[in-house]
Design a protein around this ligand. Structure first.
Ligand code: IPE
Ligand code: IPE
Ligand code: MG
Length: 237
């Protein structure tokens, strides 16, 4: 059998922290804390094995509807993560990009995110996208507005709008589409994540909860992907 390539772009919906906490009869915030440990391992591994783009769903535009305590805990962990990890990520040549609307976040978080992006913007290793206050529909609306504004200013001809115009107006501009989408915890839905970018993605839904998602499981998902037959609408003899 021919050796198949690793996915260029892996996207992960890190789901199941709440259920993990419940299962262990501990506070939800501690479930999220354990989730951050998994995230750290997955980022390191992705960088080590040469994944080109890794996109992690950390906080959706819908997650604001959770209790103020939980939202606060998540925001706290976010800040902690960026402060504690930035040196190592920068050292590993990781380029950080935030997907989502930062302006709705608390100021210290906004600052930490912008700092991380600025500090790592020239890095040429793993492109790490972290989706925070992200929703795919708001992303698409934002892109449409950007495109419409260019048309209004006479900088873009309507007839020249094509798929690449749209791709380049999204947060993921310049990056390849998602090849493999992983959602842990057994849920099988997109929850407003990367609708445009996942047009031809392969999906895998490991039942394990995110804090229990190990490198072994990650490799199983990658391996599964490498055995898929991607046809993109065509036919292979
Ligand atoms: C995913 O875990 C993390 C975030 C949404 C931030 P959940 O908190 O959604 O975990 P479950 O789905 O309640 O188990
Ligand atoms: C999606 O998970 C968002 C993140 C993992 C950040 P949710 O747990 O919020 O999604 P639903 O509500 O189950 O669809
Ligand atoms: Mg969930």
């Amino acid at each position: 059998m021919t050796e198949k390539a690793l996915p260029r772009h892996v996207a992960i919906i890190m789901d199941g922290n709440g259920r993990w906490a419940k299962k262990h009869r501990i506070k939800i915030a501690l479930g999220h804390r354990r989730g951050v440990e998994t995230l750290r391992d997955i980022i390191r591994e992705s960088s080590d094995i040469g994944i080109e783009v890794l996109t992690l769903y950390a906080f959706s535009t819908e997650n604001w509807s959770r209790s103020p305590e939980e939202v606060e805990a998540l925001m706290g962990l976010l800040l902690e993560f960026f402060i504690s990890e930035i040196d190592e990520l920068d050292e590993k040549n990781v380029c950080i990009r935030i997907l989502g609307e930062k302006s709705a976040l608390p100021l210290p978080q906004q600052e930490a995110l912008m700092k991380a992006e600025n500090r790592t913007k020239e890095n040429t290793g793993l492109q790490l996208n972290i989706a925070i206050n992200y929703g795919s529909r708001p992303e698409i609306i934002r892109a449409v507005k950007t495109i419409a504004e260019k048309v209004r200013q006479g900088k873009l001809d309507i007839d020249r709008i094509d798929e690449s115009t749209m791709s380049e107006a999204l947060y993921t501009a310049g990056q390849p589409d998602v090849d493999l989408l992983i959602r842990t915890s057994g849920e099988q839905r997109l929850s407003n994540f990367l609708l445009w970018q996942c047009a031809y993605a392969e999906f895998t839904f490991p039942t394990v909860l995110w804090p229990d998602f190990t490198l072994k499981e990650y490799h199983a998902a990658l391996d599964d992907y490498m055995h898929r037959d991607r046809r993109f609408g065509g036919r292979k003899e």
